[in-house]
Design a protein around this ligand. Sequence first.
Ligand SMILES: Cc1cc2nc3c(=O)[nH]c(=O)nc-3n(C[C@H](O)[C@H](O)[C@H](O)COP(=O)(O)OP(=O)(O)OC[C@H]3O[C@@H](n4cnc5c(N)ncnc54)[C@H](O)[C@@H]3O)c2cc1C
Length: 382
Amino acid sequence: MQQAIAAGPKEQTDVIVIGAGSAGYNAAITAKQAGAKVILLEKAPFSGGNSMLAAGGMNAAGTAQQKAHHINDSVQSFINDAMKGGRYANDPKLVEILAKQSADGIKWLESMGVNMDDLKRSGGASVDRTHRPHGGLSVGPTIIQHLRKAADKFGVETRLNSRAEKLVVDDNQQIVGVVVHGKHSGYYLLAAKSVVLSTGGYGYNKQMIAYYRPTFQGMTSSNNITATGDGITLAKAIGASMTDIDWIQAHPTIGVDSRILISETVRGVGAIMVNQQGSRFINELTTRDRASDAILKQPGRFAWLVFDNQLYKKAKMVRGYDHLKMLKKADSVAELAKLTGMVPNTLEQTVSNYNSYQKSGDDQAFHRDNMPLNLTQPLITR
Ligand SMILES: Cc1cc2nc3c(=O)[nH]c(=O)nc-3n(C[C@H](O)[C@H](O)[C@H](O)COP(=O)(O)OP(=O)(O)OC[C@H]3O[C@@H](n4cnc5c(N)ncnc54)[C@H](O)[C@@H]3O)c2cc1C
């Protein structure tokens, strides 16, 4: 690496973007559209990072899609929900930027050819604000597929298998380049006027998790193997300070003994969550941290998501879980209880109560305010 620095820049460009996930593609395409010469570096042999795993959708307020569905939302309501969900520990300025620019974010994706017409409600939101492609397509793969095409179309030079190893600074501590390790080309130095770090998080880096958030040590991760916090290491090496670096979100639902995240869509579209007895124990659409904490307090530290054939037909991803043999299916609630080891009377009572709450629109047990479906149509198993 030192030799590459000593040899001087192999190439000069306007902008280097490090990391080809959705943030990196966004930066690279936007810089290119503004007339800059851009090189997009990606360490993996594939682009997409965690972005291509996103399965729920993207939150945005005041969009054309919401208007078309007569959903009354506002930037302020998004801010309120986000602050509340973050227990007011969030940086209000960043939340404001997120909320204010969210509708434009959807428009930008549409300009890249991504359809974001479907809407659903996610945990902690007071209205249907989560946008995703129509027809049940998963949001992350769809976005990445379109951004890959758009980057090619606009002439962004994307280099796969190209890991940023070091940020190079001049005497004034200005970043002037990046040392890259190309799988086939070895180390070389790229000089640039601007460098964008979009290397994602550290959710797949066990050492970093143990260091920054010891309470999550050893927890399974649904993250892509690319999420190893390289950007944090690169930035720290040149003296960057870190803010809120210990904040990791544990997603409440993941397949038992697997790394497969069960999207929030399943609850948002209508599933209830019950414990091993067959009782609900929380508003399924509360914030993720509260839902995770509540699950960990149940016997065995796990929960079941219970839904019926209506949801199976509506949420395409559930058919994917079925394909992976993750579902237990039964023709009746009592039979489902037997199959899963729950208490039949309890589960039957839970389902019957929920159906009456759903009908009246008043969840007397946990005040869930969005109950799109009842649980009345068994999954046909024979
Ligand atoms: C299973 C799962 C489901 C999710 N679902 C949702 C959802 O429904 N809605 C939602 O809003 N969010 C969701 N998220 C979160 C969301 O996916 C991330 O917040 C978002 O994708 C981050 O985008 P990014 O571009 O910053 O990072 P990433 O998409 O992770 O991209 C970072 C890229 O940088 C590359 N890289 C890293 N280090 C280097 C290096 N040294 N040199 C070169 N390249 C490097 C990586 O290989 C990767 O391609 C989900 C996350 C996961 C894991």
